[in-house]
Design a protein around this ligand. Structure first.
Ligand code: COA
Length: 277
């Protein structure tokens, strides 16, 4: 799912996706903030939670949202992965259907037309870490922890963990983290490049993430989108095709009013005012 399907609906601030949704949505400083509201289950991913994530993209993401931030409620967990209590009563086919939901209802975070950011407010385990890996950027609270413990539970990561983790931290580290189920602190995660930033202890991770991404939310919208498309293409194209794709992405900026505005503002020694046109 990509851009054209976006923007069918626009929720007012501070409203849930549905009456008793496992997610809440609000907007702040140009970002759509999606919060998993299942603190009593460590923000684990139930069927309803994944479906609600799909609804965020299908019904709530608006054309003027400049970024999407995903976070969890409370301070203990960002997301503890699959809802293991719900999973216990599922048939094999229900588990298979749930795995497909990761691809249909959650994977849009990795192809979303605007940057996606995980504000990791606590433990990011299993599918919770995979959720963070689907995002373009990751900011962690200092007490956050990280692990893919699936092999210790008789399964493997299946929300993209075996594919995304090597791309983010390299093949060797990914083997260690998945085969040993090693648990990392926020500082260790920062050191290996799993997160981009660890918030200061006195700064709430969500506020810190909002501050940090100001160059995105206040930047040139078309350029942001073009850069994101080109960066993501680097994961799937060889270098020749990638360089060609980069040119095509540049072309979408070349004819924009915002490019001319940037040149004009530079000449006039003022800040550019971008319109996304
Ligand atoms: N699914 C459903 N419920 C979960 C859950 C999950 N993935 N993770 C935690 N919970 C529930 C616990 O069962 C507990 O509920 P209870 O109070 O009704 O017993 C509640 O959340 C709090 O968890 P608890 O283990 O008591 O808190 P903790 O601070 O000691 O530990 C975690 C928190 C997240 C480290 C720990 O709960 C944990 O390891 N969870 C499993 C994570 C996991 O393996 N995920 C991968 C799935 S593939």
């Amino acid at each position: 799912m990509t851009g054209p399907e976006m923007g069918r609906g626009k929720p007012s601030a501070d409203r849930a996706v549905t009456g008793d949704s496992p997610l809440t949505l609000r907007r702040q400083s140009g970002a759509l903030i999606v919060t998993i509201a299942r603190e009593e289950r460590m923000n684990a991913l139930s069927i309803a939670t994944l479906e609600a994530f799909g609804d965020v993209f299908r019904r709530h993401l608006a054309p003027d949202d400049r970024a999407v931030i995903v976070t969890g409620s409370g301070t203990r967990a960002f997301c503890a992965g699959a809802d293991l209590k719900e999973r216990r009563d599922m048939s094999l086919d229900q588990v298979r259907a749930q795995l497909i939901r990761y691809r249909t209802d959650l994977a849009w975070l990795s192809t979303c037309p605007v940057p996606t950011v995980a504000a990791i407010n606590g433990a990011a385990l299993g599918g919770g870490l995979e959720l963070a890996l689907l995002c373009d950027l990751r900011v962690a609270a200092p007490h956050a922890t990280f692990a893919l413990p699936e092999t210790s539970l008789g399964i493997i990561p299946a929300a993209g963990g075996t594919q995304y983790l090597p791309r983010v931290v390299g093949a060797a580290k990914a083997r260690e983290l998945i085969l040993l189920g090693t648990r990392l602190s926020a500082e260790e995660a920062l050191r290996i490049g799993l997160v981009h930033r660890v918030s200061a202890p006195d700064h709430a991770v969500l506020e810190d993430a909002l501050d940090w991404i100001k160059p995105i939310t206040a930047g040139a919208p078309l350029a942001q989108r073009a850069a994101l498309r080109a960066l993501r293409a680097a994961d799937r194209l060889d270098i020749d095709a990638g360089l060609q794709f980069e040119m095509a992405c540049y072309e979408t900026c070349l004819t924009s009013e915002d490019r001319l505005e940037a040149l004009e503002a530079f000449a006039q020694k003022r800040r550019p005012v971008y319109k996304g046109q």
